[in-house]
Design a protein around this ligand. Structure first.
Ligand SMILES: Cc1cc2nc3c(=O)[nH]c(=O)nc-3n(C[C@H](O)[C@H](O)[C@H](O)COP(=O)(O)OP(=O)(O)OC[C@H]3O[C@@H](n4cnc5c(N)ncnc54)[C@H](O)[C@@H]3O)c2cc1C
Length: 537
């Protein structure tokens, strides 16, 4: 059996950072196993390719949740990246860290070392901020953070309308204060996507001590006498094994990491028994505590032609945009779809924003899959709840890794989440009906103009809410009986096994989750390297 010092399962946002950091010194041998293909498809690199990636069945796991009782029994589409770079290769590229309070809250739960002051240096060290360095930003990291080059003019109108509706302007959501309206910064370099793979893995591939194996789905972690010793995986139809001299690291993301733990015999006793899986170590919290940003779209037809839409003379338009991209690395081919937005308070007495807005220059519905609606020139304003109180689960449908796990998002289960989202829809309506945006308004598409009472808006939310793609928390870090990992991200009760990805977040951060996941991986890599340097002495 082949052996490596570290075996990393999953080459996503966290896995790519780990592969880079753990192999950098040349001292440790590292093997990264990724279920998806290498990130060669042009849809990944050209930002507008996100539209195609949402539909892709080979680069996207294409999960669907179970029929959600709280959302009119709808199955909620839950895309996840399946390629090197993971979800950072199919995401919307918005660079957001969350609020200082998110990390101070993690610390207050007993997770020492995770306060904002302790994680900020990692955010800064990972980043190459094109605007330059300051108290909150670094310029020496591998991840390029840029101002978006594609800004259809309707974005400026949205920003003006939101400010006229009473919300402050903000030029840096990752600076001193998150609150306000403005343009997002994006993880792009020269107009191309800068995924975790592009930033961290590709530049490290030449290292002799780093092995990357793609199209390899890990089936389980091997555990012997309470120690993780290696993994079982399938490659080119053949079941194979690898052993790990130092550690096995699970970075398969918030949906797959709990699935792999359970298939390895680590998880809730009853769940394992139900699927005839031999119990190795009981951990009730595996797959519990699923949190995601519940989101709803407010869509209107507008008298604008610069928006994204299926249009007459599409060939001419595409050729013009292609030329802009080739000559200036600009134009709509570099779009991240949601260039502007912001963080606002549903109630002015709050100390921090509890809602996020993403403004889209397109009549968007159903994750861009409503092609009929895309024939209309329009706009869409997303409203999402930053710190939901509802909790869902990831459990198993069977003991077969090739069958998707059962996802129950359970969004809008908590009355406080419903109340805040109702306020959010009212705010969105107000912004959309304020000039200058209101001056190009032709027709409201949804919610209907007569949908105004709390009860009517709640009905609308049940019909239309979706995820905005930030599942976390299913292998949470903590000290209580539902925690799966400790603050060193070591799996409780099993040696030489860590989980390092979005699933360890005890609570969802107030914003998009890619940069926080990479921060988690960079900080964990330092912990691992420090521990193994000590054990050598
Ligand atoms: C459509 C979409 C849009 C988003 N937009 C944004 C955004 O604009 N900004 C932002 O900050 N965040 C965004 N996110 C969220 C962000 O990208 C994720 O939170 C982050 O990438 C999660 O990182 P991760 O390492 O936990 O998991 P992932 O990056 O998903 O990586 C997990 C990896 O593990 C692999 N894997 C799974 N199971 C196995 C197995 N059994 N064996 C081997 N490999 C396996 C997967 O194929 C994948 O490559 C978006 C996500 C999506 C899906």
């Amino acid at each position: 059996m082949k052996a490596f010092d570290f075996v990393i399962i999953g080459g996503g946002s966290a896995g790519c950072v780990l592969a880079d950091k753990l192999s950098a010194s040349g001292e440790h041998s590292v093997c990264l196993l990724e279920a998806g293909k290498a990130d060669k498809n042009w849809l990944i690199h050209l930002p507008i390719g996100i539209i195609g990636l949402m539909q892709s069945k080979s680069l996207n796991w294409h999960f669907n949740s179970h029929a959600e009782k709280t959302l009119n029994n709808r199955e909620i589409f839950t895309p996840r990246g399946k390629t090197l770079g993971g979800s950072s290769s199919i995401n919307a590229m918005l660079y957001v860290r969350g609020q200082k309070q998110d990390y101070d809250h993690w610390q207050s739960l007993g997770n020492n070392g995770w306060s904002f002051d302790e994680v900020l240096p990692y955010f800064k060290a990972l980043e190459h901020q094109e605007r330059g360095a300051d108290e909150f930003h670094g310029i020496n990291g591998a991840l390029n953070v840029a101002d978006s080059v594609s800004k259809p003019a309707v974005n400026a109108d949205f920003i003006k309308s939101a400010i006229a509706a009473g919300y402050p302007e903000n030029h840096d959501f990752n600076g001193a204060s998150q609150e306000g309206i403005g343009y997002y910064q994006v993880t792009q370099k020269d107009g191309l996507r800068h995924s975790a793979a592009k930033a961290f893995l590709t530049p490290s591939l030449h290292r002799k001590n780093l092995t990357v194996i793609t199209q390899t789905q890990v089936e389980k972690v091997l555990i012997s006498d309470g120690i993780a010793t290696g993994v079982v995986y399938k490659h080119r139809g053949k079941i194979q094994q690898l052993s790990a001299n130092k550690e096995v690291i699970l970075s398969a993301g918030a949906i797959n990491s709990p699935q792999i733990l359970m298939l390895s015999g680590i998880g809730p006793k009853a769940e394992l028994a139900k699927h005839n899986i031999k119990l190795v170590h009981a951990l009730e919290g595996v797959g519990k505590n699923l949190q995601d940003h519940v989101d709803v779209l407010n869509v209107a037809q507008h008298n604008r032609t610069e928006v994204l839409a299926y249009r007459p003379k599409a060939m001419w338009w595409s050729a013009k945009e292609a030329l802009k991209f080739i000559t200036k690395r600009a134009g709509l081919l570099t779009t991240v779809i949601a260039e502007s937005g912001g963080f606002i308070k549903s109630d002015p007495t709050l100390t921090e924003p509890d809602l996020q807005l993403h403004f889209v220059p397109a009549a968007m519905d159903d994750h861009g899959r409503n092609h009929k609606l895309l024939c209309t020139y329009g706009i869409a304003l997303h409203v999402c709840l930053l710190r939901p109180k509802s909790r869902g689960t990831v459990t198993l449908n069977s003991n077969n890794i090739h069958q998707h796990p059962r996802i129950e998002l359970n969004m809008l289960d908590h009355q406080d989440d419903i109340d805040t989202m109702i306020k959010g829809v009212k705010i969105a309506k107000k912004i959309l009906s304020t000039p200058p945006l209101s001056t190009t308004h032709v027709k409201t598409i949804f919610p209907d103009e007569n949908c105004n009472s709390d009860q009517e808006i709640h009905q609308f939310l049940k019909e239309k809410c979706n995820t905005i793609y930030h599942p976390v928390g299913t292998c949470k870090m903590g000290q209580d009986e539902l925690s799966v990992v400790d603050e060193q991200l070591k799996v409780r009760g099993v040696k030489q096994l860590r989980v390092i990805d979005a699933s360890i977040m005890p609570t969802l951060i107030s914003g998009n989750t890619n940069a926080p996941t990479m921060m988690i991986a960079a900080k964990a890599a330092d912990m691992i390297l420090a521990e193994h340097a000590l054990s050598k002495k």
